[in-house]
Design a protein around this ligand. Sequence first.
Ligand code: GTP
Ligand code: MG
Length: 204
Amino acid sequence: LQIIQAKYTASAVRKDQYPTEGLPEIAFLGRSNVGKSSLINSLCGQRGLARVSGAPGKTQTINYFNVTLQEKTDAEEQRTPLFFVDLPGYGFAKTGGKNRQLWSHFIGEYITGSPNLSLLFLLVDLRHPGLDIDLQAYRWLADNEVPLQIIGTKADKLGRNDRSRNLAAVKRLFPAAFPPIAYSSLKQDGKNELLHMVYEALYE
Ligand code: GTP
Ligand code: MG
């Protein structure tokens, strides 16, 4: 399985700005700076496809990338067009104060209102499993019955033992999701596993 083509298609903050192609969508959600845009670039093998930054709050709109997933067997080649959807991060206080919302209204509207959402990848920093804000996001998603796969990001920053221990913790803390996958955009660890989940979501 590999992504053979990827290009930026559209940005949206309202329903009438969503693309109308009707392609299946795989969305990427998580705390600001957790590595959503980097993950998309890494899966697509294109460094500058989605904008990445060391400072949180880089992605501010719902960004659609048209990608082609190719499955190659000895007998045939199958190509599937779909959208990767990069979402703004949550948990980064621009306005401070106590009544801060988990995320902007338009993010929730996309998650519950997009008819083509096949699977949502919820990214959590593998070094910090079970942060309150991630559990809060998880509960909202589980309550809304969003098909959910957890990705533990920045796995390259952990040794082998911490990696498997924290992955087990994530599995325990996010029970309604598919078993978590550890990922490193830096080293491309977890890429096959992740593309496999994309494929399964499209064809199950
Ligand atoms: P927002 O758009 O602000 O919500 O952030 P984001 O989740 O899209 O994060 P982004 O991909 O912009 O990455 C944030 C920072 O983390 C950047 O400095 C990346 O280089 C770094 N980063 C992302 N993934 C990895 C990874 O797998 N390993 C390491 N070591 N650093 C990573
Ligand atoms: Mg981003």
